[in-house]
Design a protein around this ligand. Structure first.
Ligand SMILES: Nc1ncnc2c1ncn2[C@@H]1O[C@H](COP(=O)(O)OP(=O)(O)OP(=O)(O)O)[C@@H](O)[C@H]1O
Length: 612
């Protein structure tokens, strides 16, 4: 997420675009080169939202660049449409609509499979342009005669013909593109894009419909590509057939990596380096086609030594010089010396019981999970009442985590039923169940590792405050009602207020565990499941975390799995013992502690003893 300093980036962009025609000619840049850089930069704004912010690497952007470009060029050259700006906008809409349809298919897969589908899509579009649609696209001749824009102001008509005159139009389009992109990445949707990039599993688990948001990013990127494609035709007075080639997509990816992904301006910087090197190496050094060899070496060096690209490298240098990191470390209190400031009682609406329901909060009946021949959970009956604190224990492999995964609908049971607050939730999705008020913290941390503590909690709180999907693309994050209060309250609950602006990567292990619990808490659950919250902690951290859990537990309904029975028995009122996927016993901590069958189960397990 970009740092929110009102209008600083917008102002600097405007100044840069205004002074460029006065400065760049002295650096050897021809106006046509600058215009091409801006078209690539505009194309890259959308791609960076998709790749840099949402983490979706597409090699198919040429499909949308070509679609927008050819629709606009066709309208202007063959359909008698006289309004250049109108044609560009129609081209953009056509590209966005195409992006929506393609996204529905491509986003069914993730990672390398998604990337491979986008490669195939680029190839299909290239083929379609040259064959079935060549009457419309001009095939290998492209579409010549694309006009430049002119605007009738009543008293005079302004023409943007070529060179620095056309620059004014393209620069204005780029500037508007930057303003829109900045609004998007600073909106709640932009925050969720970053969460999806960092940890899609957790973004889903805290209650966001990530498929909807990924599709949104895909359509945005396609719209930017479509508009930029149209501008290419205007710039060259000709819509070239190579707009659709896979090379175009590859060049965009490389330019973004060179400039710096997740920065919005990375593609512009990358395009500058690319086009400057192309001109310089080809013309000044006379390298001819061998210039790509030099570019390849530059690319490999940059990727190896500047993983954040040129802008990322400059940002790191700035941080180093300003000594920001040192200061934030010095200000931060070491975890081992943390004194707990226990937070007040819970506050959120969801944390109170469902008004129309008075039975058990959760009731599982005959819950069974089979993995092939292995029965992880067998015919479990289980219920929890409002306000109850329940512990679950059992030797390793007893089926505790599997049971939690079924309760939160992360995995579907083989048979059985789960009823939450009177509603059958069996077969629902984890996002829907979280939205209903049931969530868990994970045994192995599932954090948004590229974000700060505050940003992590913001992602979780947004799911509760906005629902699973909402297209508030131009809304400021800070204007989401109740967000600041909910995040600050959760920070206090998990005792991370002092570390709020620290990146997750810089947290101590105990702090990460508290943030893990905080992510679940920030969704304001009515039933909170904690899977081994004390796992991996030092004895001192355990004592602190037990204190913390006691304060969190006030007024909540919680189920806690842990192997540390001393700590667990201190926290909960009743304990359920699982053994080999079945319920062995259910009772008070005292009954469990003294029960011979439980002793036996543990003597047979890895623990060997039970807390006395
Ligand atoms: N996805 C899976 N595929 C196959 N078997 C699985 C899968 N997940 C869990 N199991 C098996 O189910 C059984 C129960 O595992 P589970 O993780 O629920 O136990 P647990 O009580 O949480 O263990 P631990 O205390 O070590 O975390 C184990 O035998 C495990 O190997």
């Amino acid at each position: 997420m970009l740092k929110q300093r009102p209008f600083l980036i917008e102002t600097l962009t405007a100044i840069g675009l205004i002074v460029a025609p006065f400065v760049l000619p002295h650096l050897g840049f021809a106006p046509n080169t600058v215009n091409r850089i801006l078209v690539w930069g505009l194309f890259g704004l959308g791609f960076d939202i998709l790749f840099g912010f949402t983490g979706l690497l597409s090699f198919g952007q040429s499909a949308f660049y070509g679609t927008g470009g050819f629709v606009a060029a066709y309208l202007l050259t063959r359909a008698g449409f006289g309004n250049v700006l109108g044609a560009l906008i129609i081209g953009m809409i056509a590209a966005a609509a195409t992006g929506y349809l393609i996204g529905l298919i491509a986003l069914r897969r993730t990672g390398i499979y998604f990337a491979m589908i986008t490669v195939a899509i680029a190839e299909v579009f290239f083929f379609v342009e040259f064959n079935p649609l060549s009457d419309f696209t001009g095939g290998e001749n492209g579409l010549p005669g694309v006009p430049t824009p002119s605007f009738n102001l009543g008293f005079t008509t302004v023409h943007f013909t070529n060179g620095w005159s056309l620059y004014q139009f393209i620069a204005l389009c780029y500037f508007i593109g930057v303003i829109i992109a900045l609004r998007i990445v600073r909106s709640p949707v932009g925050a969720i894009f970053s969460a999806i990039r960092d940890n899609p599993l957790r973004a889903t688990a805290v209650g966001h419909n990530i498929h909807g948001y990924k599709l949104t990013a895909f359509v945005i990127a396609a719209a930017y590509a479509g508009f930029a494609g149209g501008l290419l035709g205007v710039l060259q007075a000709f819509m070239p057939p190579d707009a659709f080639t896979f090379d175009t997509s590859g060049q965009l990816v490389m330019q973004t990596a060179i400039g710096g992904r997740g920065t919005l301006f990375g593609p512009l910087v990358g395009a500058t380096v690319w086009l400057f090197l192309q001109d310089f190496l080809q013309s000044a050094l006379g390298l001819g086609a061998a210039w790509k060899l030099v570019l390849g070496v530059v690319f490999v060096l940059l990727v190896c030594f500047l993983r954040g690209g040129i802008i990322g490298g400059l940002a790191d240098l700035y941080r180093l010089l300003s000594g920001r990191r040192k200061r934030s470390d010095a200000e931060a209190e070491p975890d081992t010396e943390t004194t707990l400031h226990l937070a007040p009682a819970p506050m959120q609406a969801k944390e109170v019981a469902h008004p129309a329901y008075s039975g058990p909060v959760l009731k599982a009946t005959g819950l069974t999970k089979r993995y092939g021949g292995l029965v992880a959970n067998s015919d479990i009956d289980f219920s929890v009442n409002q306000g109850e604190l329940r512990g679950i224990i059992g030797p390793n492999g007893a089926g505790k985590s599997t049971f939690f995964k079924m309760l939160t609908c992360e995995i579907a049971p083989t048979s059985g039923q789960i009823v939450f607050e009177g509603r059958d939730i069996t077969g629902l999705k984890v996002t829907e169940v979280c939205q209903l008020g049931l969530t868990k913290s994970y045994q192995v941390n599932q954090l948004f590792t590229g974000l700060t503590v505050r940003q992590n909690l913001t992602i979780a709180a947004l799911a509760e405050l906005r629902g699973k999907f909402r297209l508030d693309l131009f809304r400021k994050l800070s204007s989401v009602k109740g967000l600041t209060e909910q995040v600050e309250h959760t920070l206090a609950l998990v005792n991370l207020t002092r570390r709020a602006d620290t990146p997750v990567a810089e947290l101590a292990y105990g702090e990460k565990r508290r943030l893990e619990i905080g992510l679940a808490l920030a969704t304001s659950p009515r039933l909170l499941l904690l899977d081994e919250p004390l796992a991996g902690m030092s004895p001192r951290e355990r004592v602190e975390t037990v204190k913390l859990l006691k304060s969190i537990a006030r007024g909540r309904t919680m189920i806690i799995i842990d192997h540390d029975m001393d700590s667990l028995f201190e926290l909960v009122e009743r304990v359920t013992v699982l053994q080999e996927g079945k319920v062995l016993l259910d009772g008070t901590p005292e009954e469990i502690r003294t029960n011979a069958a439980v002793q036996e189960a543990y003597l047979g397990g890895v623990h060997g003893e039970i807390a006395a």
